[in-house]
Design a protein around this ligand. Structure first.
Ligand SMILES: [Zn+2]
Length: 143
């Protein structure tokens, strides 16, 4: 996968105010949360970012956000947790903690526990992202 970072500049004075990440040409901002307008630190110009705060997301965008996060969790669970389970299983066999017949069960248990831990981290991170966004949104524009 190709990732490209586009620097967002103030149209008035060219000062760098932020950046947008593209994955294979798809704008990650479609699911990323952030202020829709950033004030230029140099000239105070209101720069549009193309992002939105969670409270401004419609139902489709909210669903898409959840789906994309679940997708990444799924991908990460296969590679990270699967890899970890395989390594741990190898170690347990080498160290003689288990015999070969117990190998599949240990692999499954390790994978499930690792996936649960990873899920908690993912949920916490997304929750914090939404929480921070709501705080920003209500601090700027109390409704
Ligand atoms: Zn500026």
């Amino acid at each position: 996968m190709q990732t490209e970072v586009i620097i967002l500049r103030c149209p008035e004075c060219e000062t760098e105010v932020g950046h947008t990440v593209y994955h294979n040409g798809f704008r990650a901002a479609a699911t990323s949360i952030g202020p829709s307008i950033i004030e230029c630190p140099q000239c105070a110009f209101q720069v549009e970012t193309g992002q939105k705060e969670w409270a401004q997301f419609g139902l489709v965008r909210k669903s898409w956000y959840v789906i994309s996060r679940l997708f990444w969790l799924f991908v990460a669970s296969i590679f990270v947790c699967g890899g970890f389970a395989a390594l741990f299983n190898r170690l347990a066999l080498d160290q003689g903690w288990i015999v070969k017949e117990q190998s599949n069960l240990l692999m499954l248990k390790t994978y499930i526990i690792a996936t649960l831990v990873l899920s908690c981290l993912f949920i916490r991170r997304s929750w914090k992202e939404i929480h921070d966004s709501l705080q920003r949104y209500h601090a700027v524009d109390p409704k």
